[in-house]
Design a binder for this molecule. Sequence first.
Ligand code: ASP
Length: 328
Amino acid sequence: MNLYRRLLATGSLAALVSFGAIANSAQAQDYPTRTITMIVPFAAGGPTDVISRIVTAHMAQTLGHSIIIENVVGAAGTTATARAARAANDGYTLITGHMGTHAASLPLYPKLAYHPEKDFEPIALLAGTPILILARKDFPPKDLKEFIAYVKANTEKVNAAHAGVGSVSHVSCELLNSLLDIKPIGVPFNGTGPAMNALVGGQVDYMCDQIVNAVPQINGGTIKAYAIATPERNPSLPNLPTTAEAGLPAFQAQAWNAIFAPKGTPGPVIAKLNAAAAKALDDEGVRKRLLDLGSVIPKPAERTPEALAALVKSEIAKWSPVLKPASN
Ligand code: ASP
């Protein structure tokens, strides 16, 4: 008789299983008892990293334990996301995913090693991040109309930085490039943190990036911004026109960043993390830092795990028909 049958025959297996369940739920009630790791799937200093650091610093105070950010780069965040999907589902490994890792990558990577819905428990949306059209400081066009004419006339020569195929910066500039019917040379980085450094350094021509990465550079005069791809202007950059005002109303793009846990993470753990994230988003200091960088803070009804699950579903449905498997 093998061990399984023997345990079954003596009733010990049932006892073991129920003991395990009690132990798990006791662990979930005590959670957390040690440091939590938050995987950020892009380089330090970029938008996902900055948002994660602002919110998790406050969450750690609520939870009474540190949250360490681990930047795991590669393949537009999909390497890190696959790793998070396979991590222990005990609440001690989490990931900040976004519109790319948890929606756009699905149609782009036919062999994606995770499924954004099936392999994760949604925890909380952290921030909406409008997309801006940016260029190096000495890029010749002065406004969006000139930009459009210039990139169309120089499509063989211009290049666009992005954070890998399937990242927000890649997908949103693909949308822009297809509207303009141009094919610039793509220059991939491990995140738009390093891509922004290249833009500031004048090594690349333009980029479509999330607002939080751009506000300090625009205000510091180190890069050019042509437009924000949302219906309204953003209070952090009141002088920056919308794409509609600047002459390209069809280009609308806004991303988001949110916390996820591996599938099967216990409900009480998810509830504690969600409550800590919601509390952080209500904190005046956290709000100010996020708003100063142009983020859109989710309203209470948008902060629940159910709302995040619905967002992921709708974003997959939105991007799947428009994005084809990447050839590069
Ligand atoms: N969110 C990424 C980052 O933090 C960049 C991207 O998706 O474009 O670098």
